[in-house]
Ligand binder design. Structure first.
Ligand code: HAH
Length: 336
């Protein structure tokens, strides 16, 4: 069979999963071109990889730049796809001006809250009815031992309640949008319990939060199936919706810093397929609480993992290969 025939005849991933959850992909202006057909066929949700982050949308105070984000939303609408918004408040990719007065001194709590509200309101109102959910706060929980919240400009200037303010501003801006707290290492028991504690406290204060985003940057060894199941149980017990927001399956363990591979080994690919298989079994088992599973990319020709944690090292984390053909991982997750 020629490549086109094979490509066109394979089942659509999002159609296979229509009874379970949406299947999403992170996109950027380049992948929207290179992966256009693949995206249209297999995904019914998109997330902007970078183009809706603070520094992209409001690089200078009051000077919003919506052109690229608008094109993504238009692409989604033209193709019957949903859009997940990522991300409103984060300690990274936020411009310096946000935290500074004209004279270079640090802003006070009042002004930072005002700027936060203005950003959230402007962005969410623009995409009302077009973006169904937002990662309102990204990665606020610390990876260090006892510390619950990571220290950042947000905690230093506003205090720990910056999180509830962000959710309240977001709910006011678009009462229909689903509001998520999103984080990584979400299945690590210690971090999981911190996330759980944080969200429990928000719920006790009636903060408008509707879901937890599990980034799911996984690899061929970690996390364990058990830890993922326990995390899903624990988050689901809060009565919130769950999204997998940034799924990928690195072929390298996190501590593996090798740079000599020009293609993945057979062993890596078969382990990857086995893990995708088992993880999607688990995700289907929890599909009563999971509404959306987004990959942080679509096919192995582009992944942020080729720059992280080792700069310039190629990675192959998806279920479609560099030429957009299905990998063993694809066949595993559609066979159930
Ligand atoms: C994510 N951080 C971010 O949410 C996303 O916006 C970015 O494009 C890529 C990854 C993940 C992350 C990690 O897995 C480990 C350390 C820091 C950040």
């Amino acid at each position: 069979m020629t490549r086109n025939v094979r490509e066109n005849n394979i089942p659509s991933l999002h159609e296979v999963y229509q009874e379970n959850f949406k299947i999403g992909a992170a996109v950027n202006p380049k992948t929207l071109q290179m992966q256009r057909d693949l995206l249209k066929k297999h995904f019914n949700s998109i997330t902007a990889e970078n183009e809706m982050k603070f520094e992209e949308l409001q690089p200078l105070e009051g000077k919003f730049k919506f052109d690229v984000a608008d094109q993504m939303v238009d692409f989604a609408q033209a193709n019957g796809m949903q859009v997940r918004g990522h991300a409103l408040v984060w300690h990274n990719q936020t411009p310096e001006w946000m935290f500074l007065n004209d004279d270079g001194t640090t802003v006070d709590r009042e002004l930072l809250l005002e700027r936060m509200k203005s950003h959230i309101t402007t962005v969410m109102q623009r995409y009302k009815g077009k973006i169904f959910c937002w990662d309102v706060v990204n990665e606020a929980v610390s990876d260090d031992g006892e510390e619950i919240l990571r220290k950042s400009r947000w905690t230093e200037i506003i205090g720990e309640d910056f999180i509830e303010y962000a959710f309240r501003f977001a709910h006011e801006a678009d009462p229909e949008a689903l509001l998520f707290y999103n984080d990584y290492n979400e299945s690590d028991p210690i971090k999981r319990d911190k996330i759980y504690k944080l969200v429990t406290a928000l719920l006790e204060k009636d903060v408008p939060i509707h879901g937890i985003g599990l980034q799911a940057h996984w690899n061929i060894k970690q996390p364990s199936y058990e830890n993922v199941k326990e995390a899903l149980e624990k988050y689901a017990s809060l009565g919130l919706r769950i999204h997998l927001t940034e799924l990928d399956m690195s072929v390298f363990e996190f501590s593996d810093r090798r740079t000599d591979l020009t293609e993945p080994t057979e062993e890596m690919l078969s382990l990857q397929a086995k893990r995708y298989d088992k993880f999607f079994d688990i995700l289907r088992e929890y599909s009563n609480v999971i509404d959306s599973v987004t990959f942080w990319g679509a096919a192995d020709d582009y992944t942020w993992l080729s720059g992280f944690p080792v700069r310039g090292r190629k990675n192959w984390p998806f279920v479609f290969d560099e030429t957009h053909l299905p990998k063993e991982s694809f066949w595993k997750i559609i066979d159930f």
